[in-house]
Structures are given as structure tokens and as C-alpha cells.
Design a protein around this ligand. Sequence first.
Ligand code: SAM
Length: 221
Amino acid sequence: MEEQWAAIDTYANGLLVDQDEALRNAAGASREAGLPEIAVSPGQGKFLHLLALTNKARRILEIGTFGGYSTIWLARALPPDGLLVTCEREEDFAKKAWARIEAAGVADRVDLRTGKALETLPALEAEGLGPFDLVFVDADKAGIPDYFTWALKLSRPGTVIIVDNVVLEGAVTDATSPNPAVQGVRRFHEMVAAEPRVSATTIQTVGVRGHDGFTYVLVTG
Ligand code: SAM
């Protein structure tokens, strides 16, 4: 089944998703770092790009830069005076991502902050950088509840918050899982359910990244 999912991604997005050299280069970041594929897929990257265009986003916050692949897709949806702040804990990843962001021609609208997101996010608030129009949460999964809290703080009614990897091959339904990622994703769903200022849905996905999913949160009040 997984082979078919990947074949469909390759077929459909081979036709619909154009990637220039900068994106193709950033897409190779996981392989280069000797890691499994941790960036979003080309289809998901284009989806984020279209979402930012649909929302006419001028300010985007990303938590989890890695190689800059999703950063480039998102930044390319911004107007020339737009701003994307992206947070990355690992200095080495951030350094390499910055080179790719520059090569993609979007460095003028990207502010890459190196350090733990939970230290960067209060600094953004103190600097008055919010509210953001779109927030993409894609760092450590155990931290999702905290990132959601910050995303809300840095939002306004109409902000869209996308939280990636919330299905984890179905592990999300295992209440007894000792995996901190599973517990983070579960706690996040409970928080969203109890939060009157948002409306949300979780969409499962299959494709070149296997079985996973994302939550689309609209800030309503
Ligand atoms: N969004 C990227 C993309 O699709 O191209 C992939 C991001 S990767 C899934 C997650 C990244 O979050 C890793 O580079 C990791 O170092 C970073 N990260 C993990 N914990 C973090 C933290 N506490 N603060 C900031 N970044 C963190």
C-alpha cells in the first residue's frame, strides 16, 4: 500500500509541483544529514505555499526550520515586504538552512532564529512581532502543546495554525503510549478541543511520507 501512496504522490505532484534548483537542493537536506526524510514532501510544501497565498499571509511563523525546505515554500508566498520568522534549535541545521534560503532568493523576508523555540517565542512577543497570519508548527512533537499555546498568543482572529505530524502512523490513538511525541500530540488535541477561541480539524495523509496527518486550526476569537 505504501508503495502505491508514494507512486500517486510522484505521479500527481510530478505534474503539479514545480521545484527549482533551490527547492530540490533543500529537499536533499535529510539525506545530506544522514537522517530519515523529516522535511515536508513536495506536495505538502506546495500545499503550505498555496495556503499562505490563499490567506494573503504577510507574516508567517514557522517552528522547526531544519533544512529550510518548508521555509522556502512559505517565504515564496509572501509579498516583498512580508516576513517569515523561523525557529531552529540546532546551529548546524540553521547555518545550512540559511545558505539554502539565500540561494532561493528569499533571505530578505526571512528571519531565522537559532535556539530553542520556547526561548525564541517569548522574545518574538517582547519584540512585538505578532500577530502572525499563518503559523506552521513542525519541531519536536512532545513540545506541540507549548507551541500551540504560543501560536495562539501570537495570533489574531483569522490566523491559521498548521500542526504537522499529528497522526504518527496511527499511534495517536494509543492513550497508553510511553512515546512523548504521541503524548504531545494527544495533549494538543485535548487543548484544542477545550479552547473556545479556535475551530479545528485533523486530516490524515498518506504519500511519500507514509501515514501521518496535520491539524488545521483557525483562530476564531
Ligand atoms: N519544517 C521543516 C521542513 O519541512 O522542511 C522540517 C522541520 S524538522 C521536522 C524539525 C526541526 O525542528 C529539526 O530541525 C529540529 O532540530 C527542530 N527542533 C526540534 N526541537 C526544537 C526546539 N525545541 N526548538 C526549535 N527547533 C527545534
